[in-house]
Design a protein around this ligand. Structure first.
Ligand code: SF4
Ligand code: SF4
Length: 435
């Protein structure tokens, strides 16, 4: 238990709003949706309990202290409580702002100092700096190209490092950077800006390649806007807003210059953050309206293909497939039906629904590094459900989920492979057609 230190209330405009906090009627309908409550069974680690703690500070009944920090940092930020809540409590927004208030208060949780130093470096130096980030990812990319070496390194590495090495996607070679513009096949239906991001661009370039092929096959000019970079989601989730705002502006500038109809993503966490740029920059006179307009153009690839009407000239793909809802797709963006509807159109595909598909896998940004024990417990339930399906492919739409589940499957020795939806669509298009 962390000792409570000095207490002060919220300060400045980036604070949990009273209106948002007051929406909570304390009905408790969110409790069973919450992974930390299901595991720990204590009220302060439930959504209702966390909203109560935040409201106590807003009402002046408590200060921003180590007790608040402890329970808000044990939260996964999965937002399952948001879709369970009948009163529309915007929990994700409240959490980001409360964490920002905690971070602004300085060191109130003494035993987290090491992590705190690393976090400052990651969010203020590493993620905002494209060159530095790419340099830091180079060893992982090198291992990715030589899967047997990655497996060997993971086998001999100690605990936490082994977990990190197991998370590196083993995809083999890609074809280098995508060109600025990839023309549509056939009649042009949209001009789609492809968001490359930081982790996706470094470790999931093969998914971007599938995304580009699937989009152009579906009549989209694919524009890989220059000067775009990380969306800032990880910063926001950790309560860092200054660099997150700068990253948001950089992306708004880049895609405005590119003149696209949509900004298309294959990463749920990035999509959720970018749809909310309007909220992040609402007080910025130069960017408020532009950020709002930008957010309205952001689409997960499953939304765009579903809205356009996907071309169905698939070959037969004889695979047993199940689907895991990424939290930031199902709960933050409310996109659930579209990926399933797209998979249902592939001939030969044997789809099986995953039990508790919209429950968090425990990845949650960097939660699997900061809270490894609780993250591992939450993952076990997910792996049990996947094992039940005996699927060839587990499809999911977020890099964090992809890496977390892949590492878990490997540890259990299960044969199921983790794929992004666009990889499965791409594979289906390349299969021979039944005559
Ligand atoms: S975001 Fe997830 S972990 Fe956090 S309170 Fe809501 S349901 Fe629980
Ligand atoms: S479901 Fe919504 S209103 Fe009910 S306790 Fe949870 S957050 Fe509050």
């Amino acid at each position: 238990m962390i000792e409570t230190s000095e207490t002060q209330g919220y300060a400045g405009p980036d604070r949990p709003a009273d209106d948002d906090l007051s929406r909570c009627t304390r009905c408790g309908l969110c409790e069973q949706a919450c992974p930390t409550y299901r595991e720990l069974r204590v009220e302060p680690d439930s959504p209702r309990g966390r909203v109560f703690l935040m409201k106590q500070v807003a009402d002046g009944a408590a200060g921003i202290d180590a007790h608040l920090a402890e329970h808000l940092y044990l939260c996964l930020g999965c937002r399952a409580c948001e879709t369970a809540c009948p009163s529309g409590v915007p929990y994700g927004r409240l959490l980001e702002l409360a964490r920002y208030q905690i971070e602004e208060r300085g060191e109130i949780a003494p035993e987290r100092r090491g992590w705190r130093r690393f976090r400052h470096f990651a969010f203020e130096q590493l993620l905002p700096n494209e060159r530095l980030f790419k340099l830091a990812m180079a060893p992982a990319q090198a291992l990715q190209r030589v899967p047997w070496l990655a497996s060997l390194a993971a086998a001999i590495a100690p605990g936490r490092l082994r977990r990190l090495l197991d998370m590196i996607p083993r995809n083999g070679a890609t074809h280098g950077a995508l060109p600025f513009e990839i023309p549509a096949e056939g009649e042009r239906r949209a001009r789609a800006g492809l968001f490359t991001g930081c982790v996706m661009g470094s470790l999931f370039a093969h998914v971007h390649e599938s995304l580009a092929r699937v989009l152009r096959h579906n009549g989209c000019d694919v524009i890989v806007a220059r000067a775009q970079w990380c969306c800032g989601a990880l910063n926001l989730h950790a309560g860092e807003r200054t660099h997150a705002r700068a990253m948001a502006k950089r992306n708004i500038d880049a895609f405005e210059r590119a003149g696209v109809d949509f900004i298309v993503l294959d990463s749920a966490g990035c999509g959720a953050a970018m749809k909310e740029y309007g909220e992040l920059l609402r007080d910025d006179p130069q960017y408020a309206q532009r950020a709002h307009d930008f957010g309205a153009k952001v689409k997960d690839v499953s939304e765009l293909l579903h809205d356009l009407g996907i071309r169905t000239d698939f070959g037969t793909l004889k695979r047993r497939v199940t689907y895991q809802d990424a939290c930031h797709l199902a709960h933050a963006q409310r996109v659930r039906m579209q990926p399933r509807a797209l998979l249902a159109q592939i001939p030969g595909l044997d789809y099986i629904e995953l039990q508790y598909a919209d429950r968090c896998c425990g990845a949650a940004g960097v939660y699997n590094l900061t809270q490894p024990e609780l993250s591992a417990k939450i993952l076990e339930e997910k792996l049990d459900a996947i094992e039940e399906t005996n699927a060839d492919y587990l499809v999911t739409g977020n890099p964090g989920c992809h890496m977390q589940i892949q590492a878990g499957l490997k540890r259990r020795g299960l044969r199921t492979k983790v794929k992004h939806l666009v990889e499965v669509l791409d594979e289906a298009y390349s299969q021979p057609k039944d005559m």
